[in-house]
Design a protein around this ligand. Structure first.
Ligand code: PA5
Ligand code: NI
Length: 200
């Protein structure tokens, strides 16, 4: 009587929970979802396609990156969170990276907190009427939080010698749109040339 608490749908009520995350190592205890992406899923993404084929053949399609999550409903009101771990290395001279995506609900944002390793969050806007996009490379390292605003596609890039690990959080309804990045690509790529980072 007189309560301001909205009617709860008890069937859909999710129980609070905690999860142990080792912030130094970048590992999650007992994840519910473990997604593994091997090098072969990156066909079409790197500038030097032959170098990627050699890597797949010579190293037996090695793990490229992984995500670890606890189960959270992918719907409005929830926050999906997890850890992403991207291996170090180069394809030709281009640093290992994730596929990258826009969110399906384009007006949703995301935060990344760097836990381990050295790299960048590469972000781009959809092309304007002239086909031009803005593109920003924001350092993703330990003790740094990167805000990915609504509408920006995002991809992480590992420029270091150890796995690049980050914690991410985004709205449950966001979804992943990979198709547009598959066709558009990013205007900038990140290379390691004679030990030096080059963004071009
Ligand atoms: O939603 C995110 O941005 C992350 O969880 C990424 O999905 C994760 O880093 C893997 O990258 P991608 O989805 O581009 O393959
Ligand atoms: Ni995202």
């Amino acid at each position: 009587m007189g309560s301001h608490v909205p009617q709860l749908d008890l069937m859909r009520l999710v129980q609070p929970f905690g999860v142990t995350i080792d912030l130094a190592e970048g590992t999650m205890r007992s994840p519910d979802k473990h997604q593994v992406r091997r090098a072969s899923v990156m066909r079409g993404y790197y500038a030097d396609q032959e170098a990627l084929e050699r890597l797949i053949a010579e190293r037996g399609d090695p793990v490229h990156y992984e995500t670890f999550e606890k189960h959270v409903p992918e719907e409005y009101g929830h926050l999906v969170f997890g850890l992403t771990q991207l291996q170090p290395g180069v394809v030709g001279e281009e640093c290992f990276m994730t596929k990258g995506h826009y969110h399906t609900v384009a007006g949703t944002s995301e935060i990344y907190v760097g836990l381990r390793g050295q790299g960048y969050m590469l972000m781009k806007t959809p092309p304007d009427a002239q086909g031009r996009s803005q593109c920003v490379a924001e350092p993703l390292v330990r003790n740094r939080l990167v805000y990915v605003p609504p509408y920006w596609a995002h991809r992480s890039v590992n420029t270091g010698d150890e796995p690049l690990v980050a914690l991410y959080v985004y709205p449950g309804e966001a979804g992943h749109n990979y198709g547009d990045i598959e066709t558009e690509g990013f205007p900038k790529r990140i290379f390691k040339v004679q030990g030096r980072e080059v963004i071009r």
